[in-house]
Design a protein around this ligand. Structure first.
Ligand SMILES: C[S@@+](CC[C@H](N)C(=O)[O-])C[C@H]1O[C@@H](n2cnc3c(N)ncnc32)[C@H](O)[C@@H]1O
Length: 256
């Protein structure tokens, strides 16, 4: 029997946001390798599988990326059905592309099961459409992980031309805000940070670009956060209130 690897997106956190195909693959899996931001309830769907966390711990990867590749390839060659479960969508800042390349070059059959990315869902769940007629004709998703990751991307955008979504950007929010302001973005551009979207830890900060750098993060909340910058954020008051009573809009406030 030939094994098979599914690179599966688990969505932003709420297990109900898994796709039907993701649930099916988990139920049929022999081995699940999962990341940190994946909900335990999603992993628990893999009733018959060996389940291993390959998450980062204290900022360090517990398994090197090539170890993950080797684990998947070896298990598939043993005839196992492997699910590589990742938060959000596997091909959005999840190193899913690298894993797909490794599987392809090893000749291991695999598939990609897209997931709901937090780049869109974190905003949507708080009542912010990333595009909206008259407000934003597009959106750019950028990693805030390190300056080389975002500098040229942000610099290439005409000021206030698009919605900017920044993942992994909580630590660099000050530098990102400064950069956009220096490029001519208006200080009054609506901006928000959505934490733990679709999870019980959901919270948000809503303000503007001028205050984003000094936005206080909720203490005691180590939930992942997504930054959204652009006029569409102003819709959260109208859409968010009506649509999602369970999204806690706990204003974290701004630094005094
Ligand atoms: C390594 S990236 C992976 C992104 C993932 N592949 C996706 O498509 O959502 C992790 C970042 O995603 C964002 N993120 C993930 N889950 C989130 C959630 N529930 N709420 C808000 N942001 C989230 C945060 O910006 C976090 O730093």
């Amino acid at each position: 029997v030939s094994g098979f690897v599914s690179l599966v997106g688990a969505g932003p956190g709420d297990p109900e946001l898994l796709t039907v195909k993701a649930v099916r693959r988990l139920q049929e899996a022999d081995l699940v390798l999962y990341d940190a931001l994946v909900a335990p309830e999603a992993v628990a769907l893999a009733l018959h599988a060996q389940r291993f966390s390959v998450a980062k711990r204290a900022g360090r990867q517990s398994f090197a990326q090539d170890t993950i590749h080797r684990l998947m390839i070896r298990a598939a060659r043993q005839g196992k059905r492997v699910v590589r479960l990742k938060g959000g969508d596997p091909f959005v800042f999840g190193r899913g592309g690298e894993e797909a390349l490794a599987l392809a070059s090893a000749g291991v059959p695999f598939e990609v099961v897209p997931g709901i990315t937090s780049a869109i869902a974190a905003a949507a769940l708080a009542g912010v459409p990333v595009t909206h007629r008259g407000l934003a004709t597009g959106f750019a998703v950028v990693s805030g992980h390190a300056e080389p990751a975002y500098a040229s991307a942000l610099d290439s955008l005409a000021p206030n031309s698009l919605t900017v979504v920044i993942l992994m950007g909580l630590g660099s929010r000050r530098a990102v805000a400064r950069r956009l302001l220096d490029r001519g973005w208006a200080a009054g551009t609506p901006a928000a940070i959505f934490f733990g979207a679709s999870t019980p830890d959901a919270a948000s900060w809503v303000g503007d670009l001028g205050r984003l750098g000094d936005a206080n993060l909720p203490e005691s909340n180590d939930a992942p956060g997504t930054i959204v910058i652009g006029s569409v954020v102003s819709l959260s008051a109208a859409i968010g209130r009506g649509a999602v009573p369970d999204v806690a809009v706990a204003l974290a406030g701004v630094a005094r």
